[in-house]
Design a protein around this ligand. Structure first.
Ligand code: UDX
Ligand code: UDX
Length: 458
């Protein structure tokens, strides 16, 4: 039996360890966190995060070989392998503020591991870290008087929220990076052995530490770049009469381009894309590669532009003012099938419309609690309404900001009847039937398509 510990019971740590425990009944898996409420929630019927399929996986192993605890120190002492999945937000202070990763939790965790260990261990980086962090962490870990040796392994997370369980069960690849030394290679092998319980061996790839760390940043930068690229094209489509869905389809059929991640939208969100690209940009600047830094930074600027362009389109189409108008925002989560609102374009749109003094009603099936917290002081200006029909009642406009499937099948005729006329709908995710909405009477604005409007002047 191997004692596996994960420090950090968040969106990554919780689902990852649940899947490992379910596939490796012979190992004991413990997840610890400093947040007691989170640890209690993992052991209840109300899991702390919404993720399809997560409940069944947790239940299959909870109490058998999967345990949650707040006792970090004791569990460090008992562990053979420690995954570290604490958060690494963008630094908000000092050198590198707004760009570099804040490593204080990681460093604190590394020191805690040393202080509570009585045997040598493998430490796995699961949090996304700046390239070459492993080296610094190794120094902290191995500078100890007890003669203990720690091997550090990088095992970046590629799961996407909303499909986390599916992604973990059937990953495209698992990446494990380690040192070339004999103990470094043994450490890599110990992690390979865990995944090999359910992942075909050819999908488990091993690299050196820095390739592994950089691959995580590069993968997210490439994915985000595709979204920014298609969003850049969407702006041109709106001006020329081209339809971005047709363009995506046409270019995606080229095998060299591929069809995934070409959905034009109000912008990308989530905890990783922006943070990881900023990390990459900071790294490039640190090494004096300013052109390379500018190149990647543009992916973020394009994303900010897309969100602001969406708001400007709303204001200009609604006769250049939204002040005092009730606007229903459909969706707060950064994408469908998650309760996560980190970096959600929905909240950026919400804040901008509040600045325009609109009356905002925000609806979402799972993310309203997180939205309320993330909006902070602005939350008191927002009406939170779980029912989309109630949210749309008496509104001048609806904006679709999250691609929740349930928004496709609403009774838009009834919704239209309940709204102030002329009624506007802005589809920031291109998920609705625009022609049908137009025939109901809506003025319809989608991303990267000519608007479908009614001329009310006779
Ligand atoms: C985190 C990282 O943010 C990301 O870079 C990485 O790719 C995966 O791990 P996520 O799981 O989404 O992502 O973060 P979050 O949900 O915030 O979970 C982190 C958890 O660590 C929190 O529950 C927090 O309480 C816990 N934590 C943080 C500790 O237990 N100890 C600490 O010192 C700091
Ligand atoms: C991402 C990576 O996909 C994952 O591999 C990594 O481990 C963490 O970061 P996640 O942030 O959960 O995962 O979501 P993802 O599905 O990548 O979507 C990110 C954002 O891009 C969402 O806001 C989504 O709506 C948007 N998006 C995605 C588009 O706007 N268009 C697309 O075509 C695809």
């Amino acid at each position: 039996m191997t004692n596996i510990l994960c420090i950090g019971a968040g969106y990554v740590g919780g689902p990852t360890m649940a899947v490992i425990a379910s596939h490796c009944p012979q190992h004991r898996v413990v997840v610890v966190d400093i947040n007691e409420a989170r640890i209690n929630a993992w052991q209840s019927d109300q899991l702390p995060i919404y993720e399809p399929g997560l409940g069944e996986v947790v239940r299959s192993a909870l109490g058998r070989n999967l345990f949650f605890s707040t006792d970090v120190n004791r569990n460090i002492a008992e562990a053979d392998i420690i995954f570290v999945s604490v958060n690494t937000p963008t630094k908000s202070f000092g050198q590198g503020a707004g760009r570099a990763a804040d490593l204080q939790y990681w460093e604190k965790t590394a020191r805690q591991i040393v202080e509570n260990s009585t045997s040598s261990k493998v430490v796995v980086e699961k949090s996304t870290l700046p390239v070459r962090t492993a080296e610094a962490m190794e120094q902290i870990l191995n500078y100890n008087s007890a003669g203990l040796h720690f091997d550090i392994v990088s095992n970046p997370e590629f799961l996407a929220e909303g499909t986390a369980i599916q992604d973990m069960q059937h990953p495209d690849r698992v990446l494990i990076g380690g040192k070339d030394s004999p103990t470094g290679q043994q450490a890599v092998q110990s992690i390979v052995d865990i995944y090999a319980h359910w992942v075909p061996r050819e999908r488990i790839i091993t690299t050196n530490l820095w390739s592994s760390e950089l691959s995580k940043l590069a993968a997210n930068a490439f994915l985000a770049q595709r979204v920014s690229s298609i969003n850049a094209i969407s702006a041109l489509c709106e001006k020329t009469g081209a339809d971005v869905n047709e363009v995506s389809h046409a270019i995606g059929l080229d095998n060299r381009i591929g069809r995934h991640f070409l959905k034009a939208s109000v912008g990308f969100g989530g905890s990783c894309f922006r943070k990881d690209i900023l990390n990459l940009v900071y790294l490039c600047e640190y090494y004096g590669l300013s052109e390379v830094a500018n190149y990647w930074e543009q992916v973020i600027k394009m994303n900010e532009h897309q969100q602001m362009r969406f708001v400007s389109n709303m204001v200009s189409s609604m006769f250049n003012t939204v002040a005092g108008k009730r606007i229903a925002l459909f969706g707060a989560a950064f994408k469908a099938n998650t309760s996560d609102t980190r970096e959600s374009p929905a909240l950026a749109v919400c804040r901008s419309l509040l600045e325009e003094r609109a009356n905002i009603v925000l609806t979402d099936p799972h993310a309203l609690d997180n939205a309320r917290t993330d909006l902070g002081g602005a939350a008191k200006l927002v009406c939170f309404e779980p029912d989309p029909y109630a949210a749309a009642k008496d509104a001048h406009a609806i904006a679709i900001l999250t691609d929740w499937a349930q928004y496709v099948d609403l009774d838009y005729e009834a919704i239209y009847e309940s709204m102030v006329k002329p009624a506007f709908i802005f589809d920031g995710r291109n998920i609705l039937d625009h022609k049908k909405l137009h025939s109901i009477g809506f003025n319809v604005y989608a991303i990267g398509k000519p608007p479908l409007t009614h001329n009310h002047v006779s």
